[in-house]
Ligand binder design. Sequence first.
Ligand code: NAP
Length: 684
Amino acid sequence: MQTKLGNFVIGQWVEGDGDGAILTSAVNGDPLATITSAGLDFGDILSHARTVGGANLRKYTFHERSEMLKALAKYLLEHKQELYSLSTQTGATRGDSWVDIEGGISTMFVFSSKGRREMPNDHVYLDGPPEPLSKNGTFVGQHIFTPKLGAAIHINAFNFPCWGMLEKLAPALLAGVPAIVKPASSTAYLTELMVRRIIASGILPDGALQLICGSVGDLFEHLDCQDTIAFTGSKSTAELLQQHPRVISKSVAFTAETDSLNASILGPDAVPGTPEFDLYIKEVTREMTSKAGQKCTAIRRIIVPSAITEAVVEALSKALGEVRVGNPASKDVDMGALASQSQRDEVRDRVRELSGEADIVYGGDDDFDLVDADVKKGAFFMPTLLHCERPLSSTSVHSVEAFGPVSTVLPYASLDEAIELSLLGGGSLVSSVMTNDNDVARELVLGTAAYHGRLIVINRHCAAESTGHGSPLAHLVHGGPGRAGGGEELGGVRGVLHYMQRSAIQGSPETLTAIGHRWIRGADQNELDVHPFRKTFEQLAIGDTLVTDSREVTLEDILHFADFTGDNFYAHTDEEAAAKNPFFDGRVAHGYLIVAFAAGLFVDPDFGPVLANYGIDDLRFAKPVNYGDTLKVRLACKQKTLRAGSGYGEVRWDCEVTNQDGDAVAQYDVLTLVATNEHWASVN
Ligand code: NAP
């Protein structure tokens, strides 16, 4: 009897009905577990996510949910060893598992950090600045994002059972949306183990995460406009699911990351003997063999100058010959097995298809030497290189994905031809260029970017620190047009917003300030009896305002500032030259002098709750200041962001400097750190 994988639904672990399908080890074919979700009530599962999970998550702010992700990431790191042990059964080497397990966990850390640094400690995310919509400023617009009220349905591919789940889960949870995860069956045992640890941690609120191991049954019949489907897998499954009548009739958001014939172009300058040539051979070899080539981002098409095709084939064949294939648990092994025997058979068929238009120049054998493994029992496949002599008139090399350690060399005669070949892939997740010629880099990037979600240019200067062709990063978008599915994931906060609804809100500045918790010009201002710098973080209210005294700017001030700082730009020091400038009548004050005088006007000098000034945002000088002009400042508390547990919060002030006519001469946000009540009491 094998273990039956659990489904975590409606707050408990449940076994599906019946025997279920048998899952086997990729290394030796031994049965590992059975999988079934038969008998589950998918309508109830969805309803639990919406009513319990969503409601629970939305109680928290972005920062609180970020803290949850961080705690979870730390917890999973503590349990990584058992995940590594089980991961071997998927055919993954230690290095492959590191990408899947720790790469996935690091995605959670990145989203946690982005959530705290780039999102407010609030429940609403403001998209851009307010839009003025009326002459007198009493009616304005503001785009906002709020979490969708449905569930995130995550359908994942078999190749990254941990990363695949976590890269989707982190942004959804940060958005405040509960997830229902459906891993690919063949490696679901590893996802199930990770979910068991996540649930056991007790960090997530009820309903935030559910797991379905096996079919999703009639789940799609219950979907609604507030649900989001994020799918990773083959193009054919994506098309099938995208055309589900319920997805169409309810306009269910659907994002797909599918397969992709990713290209890597070797620049004409990168001939044998250059560092770029050697780097290229290393990168292609690594991309073909890491995770046994089962990466949606792996290089499938090796586009090289025709004059050096032979040298590339020779160097790659040599490098592939040095790759040790076998039991992924062995330290002597560089490449493990494919995820299952059926996957191996599938790759074999695809190579057969490719070989109709390309010659196998390395590998392709069914029987080959393995380290500590039996080729008949495990799902092993020999690294295989093909060469297509006429790639512009070939179709299969640009359309058939052999999801294993397989790639084809395609020669090009000119940069235009290299671009044409790259585009023949019909849209990819990633493309790379190896060149030390930045003009070539620009031509290739501008010529191919519209067809690729990500482009990486590698040369001798960045190679050592490069993250590599095949690594999607949480900071950058992952996805691509056309064949790659047309979807987009990750990309920092962008990835979070996929689970939220953008709405345009219109109303008075006062109303929009109350909704967004960010003060908008034209909204009420509380002119205080006490200087706002005397108030703690909690005591300050959005809209609290200081209007300062005035100060005249003299010619001596300008000359003194020029002399003192060394900024002797003619517009401040040479009356005649300044007058020739189309923007000025004569000598004007330095912009930084205005900012410095403004600080002198609004700062309260005594020891107080304001701890530091950490910068200025969006500084604009609206009008020149001549000597003899008089400056005045209006400083309004614009936005407050508590840094929980740190003893302070960030306070953003809207600062407007006006002249004697009331015209704005400078506008900007002043950023300060202000002590909380608790911290302030502790130092007084
Ligand atoms: P697949 O057969 O399309 O399966 C992908 C997922 O869809 C699995 O979880 C699968 O579950 C599920 N699925 C299949 N039919 C379904 C249906 N009718 N209803 C609901 N779910 C269904 O793809 P795969 O063979 O597992 O994955 C390999 C492919 O994924 C490759 O082509 C690769 O390029 C692509 N991929 C893309 C990315 C990317 O980020 N773009 C990443 C990794 C892989 P079962 O396993 O239970 O059938």
